[in-house]
Design a protein around this ligand. Structure first.
Ligand code: C5P
Length: 240
């Protein structure tokens, strides 16, 4: 896979018009992420707009609800013909296994490729302190992320979202076929903003990430095309 095809850029914008403007500003980007903000404001029409432009789509709605609701949401999402969808591992084993089955059936009856179903292990904006003091989870953060990834793998999911700092351990334990997607990626020339567990693109790929989700370092750069190119050049120079 070409290195640029491993970078997913989030359309973290409020309207469809803003999303189309960003897609047109960055024609080099082949894989876009539609998250909650855009999906809630623009509706599913944005997915058709991206597909008409031959873009791949990561529909990152991070489903987390009772199994029946999560399964229904995954069934509906799979029928859009998107490439990746997310579900929180903490939705639990019944939701995860049910979602795997629903995604396969739904894509088959819609006549499209089933999306890869990937689990959120722990949001990359959370720290060890948040986990221990606020969420009252009494295990170390890397161990928690690993356990969530293993639950997803045992439940038949295709992969997980994790911070770059956990990716090498997850790669080692979950094996090469488990898809690992890392947000929280920051070139050393950009701001970290609210992301807490960050790493550079080169280090994240070297540590075992299949895909990197890189948003604000590109989208809020004074020259987004130049920022995109700089990241690609850094990856190419590192030979990853
Ligand atoms: O701008 P930035 O690079 O921080 O964007 C990261 C994107 O990845 C956001 O759209 C965010 O919702 C998403 N994400 C994340 N952490 C996760 C899963 C998804 O930051 N665990």
């Amino acid at each position: 896979m070409a290195v640029e095809d491993r970078i997913i850029v989030p359309l973290d914008v409020p309207t469809e018009a803003d999303a189309i403007a960003l897609v047109e500003q960055l024609p080099q980007v082949t894989f876009w992420k539609v998250g909650l903000e855009l999906f809630v404001s623009a509706g599913p029409g944005i997915l058709g707009t991206l597909k008409n432009r031959q873009k791949r789509i990561f529909l990152d709605l991070k489903f987390h609800d009772i199994p029946n609701t999560v399964i229904g949401a995954c069934r509906a999402a799979a029928a859009y013909g998107v490439d990746l969808i997310t579900i929180h591992a903490v939705a639990g084993r019944s939701a995860l296994t049910g979602a795997v089955a629903a995604v396969g059936e739904s894509a088959l009856s819609a006549g499209c490729q089933p999306p890869k179903l990937i689990a959120i292990t722990l949001l990359t904006s959370l720290t060890s302190r948040d986990l221990a003091f606020d969420l009252k989870i009494p295990i170390e953060l890397p161990e928690y992320a690993l356990q969530m990834a293993l639950l997803a793998q045992e439940s038949g999911l295709n992969g997980a979202v994790c911070s770059p700092q956990e990716v090498s351990q997850l790669r080692q334990v979950c094996g090469d076929d488990f898809l690992l997607v890392c947000p929280g990626v920051r070139p050393n020339w950009s701001e970290t903003a609210d992301q807490k567990r960050t790493m550079t693109p080169v280090d994240a790929i070297k540590a075992g990430a299949d895909y990197l989700v890189i948003g604000r370092p590109i989208t809020t750069a004074s020259d987004p095309v130049a920022a995109w190119k700089k990241i690609g050049d850094e990856l190419a120079a590192a030979g990853v």
